[in-house]
Design a protein around this ligand. Sequence first.
Ligand SMILES: Cc1cc2nc3c(=O)[nH]c(=O)nc-3n(C[C@H](O)[C@H](O)[C@H](O)COP(=O)(O)OP(=O)(O)OC[C@H]3O[C@@H](n4cnc5c(N)ncnc54)[C@H](O)[C@@H]3O)c2cc1C
Ligand code: SF4
Length: 328
Amino acid sequence: MQPFDFVHAKDDAGAIAAASRDGSKFVAGGTNLIDLMKSNVELPSHLVDINGLHHAAIASESGGIRIGALARMSDVAADANVRRRFPAVSQALLASASPQVRNMASIGGNLMQRTRCPYFRELLFAPCNKRNPGSGCAALNGDNRRHAILGGSNACIATHPSDLAVALAAFDAVITLRGKSGDRHVKATDFHLLPGDTPHIEHDLRPGELIVSVFLPDAPHASRSSYLKIRDRASFEFAVTSAAVGLDLAGGTIRSARVALGGVGTKPWRSTAAEAELIGKAANDATFRAAAEAALAGAQPRQLNRFKVELAKRTLVRALGDLAGGAA
Ligand SMILES: Cc1cc2nc3c(=O)[nH]c(=O)nc-3n(C[C@H](O)[C@H](O)[C@H](O)COP(=O)(O)OP(=O)(O)OC[C@H]3O[C@@H](n4cnc5c(N)ncnc54)[C@H](O)[C@@H]3O)c2cc1C
Ligand code: SF4
């Protein structure tokens, strides 16, 4: 492991100043960063511990719920207001990692976690544009069974690993970032970036900027929502495909809908095309299948992950069907 110094930040200004130095990283739960430091994928020279900052609250505000970036995944999943007003968010968190990891891991760290692409995480594989810009991509013609079918480029096809981020993309969450020049508010759908030619640039986060909170706006399609995750084993595993869905129904007709997919995109994949297929239609299998076709219309699978196209469609149809059935 590369040597680094360690600072306990006492306030936001101190944290931001300390993290603005070249080679700095914040550390919260450490469940992703420390792993990657041990394998020399991450090489910070300054670690800024932010656990002493006051950003762990989960609070109702006018029109929604604000979740502090240092709230732990297990606390957010168990929060009564989150469970009632955003069930998909609670379910996405409970489907993530293990109880032990969720007790340590923070909401901010979850959004910032790096991809699980095995070539990224293992230095033995030289080509990885995300880890070493310009070196190539071992996954393009390698073991790409778990890789993205939406949003990829010739530089990178790694999936975004977070389940929570999929639910936040679906339900119009807004992330508050704090930096030297004050606060900015970025839509969750804009926070994670497509790889394009620069897959090492993953977020709309400026040097030294701290995620301080996530705001979830109340809506009828958010309180009737769910998260379905398909994985290779029943627990402690990342998504092969997943869907965060919300429906507001009037009788059997869909008044409003939200759809985002996980496990298939290089970023959490909100599908407004699928939503357009749902709104104003009868809540039945034909409608759900049309939405799934729209969501996957631009899919570009590789040799080992063609199965994901149909699996993602079925995941979405099942998630919508279960939700509509449960609403009857
Ligand atoms: C075995 C295992 C299984 C897992 N399975 C899943 C899964 O199924 N689904 C899933 O979604 N996740 C899964 N995870 C990932 C886990 O959710 C993340 O490791 C965790 O959420 C990261 O949070 P942390 O607080 O520990 O972040 P840290 O490791 O402390 O930090 C991660 C990154 O976030 C940055 N960061 C942290 N907080 C902030 C902030 N407030 N502002 C700006 N930057 C910040 C750090 O600088 C670092 O770059 C798994 C992890 C493990 C170890
Ligand atoms: S898919 Fe992305 S992360 Fe994986 S090897 Fe290619 S460039 Fe690296």
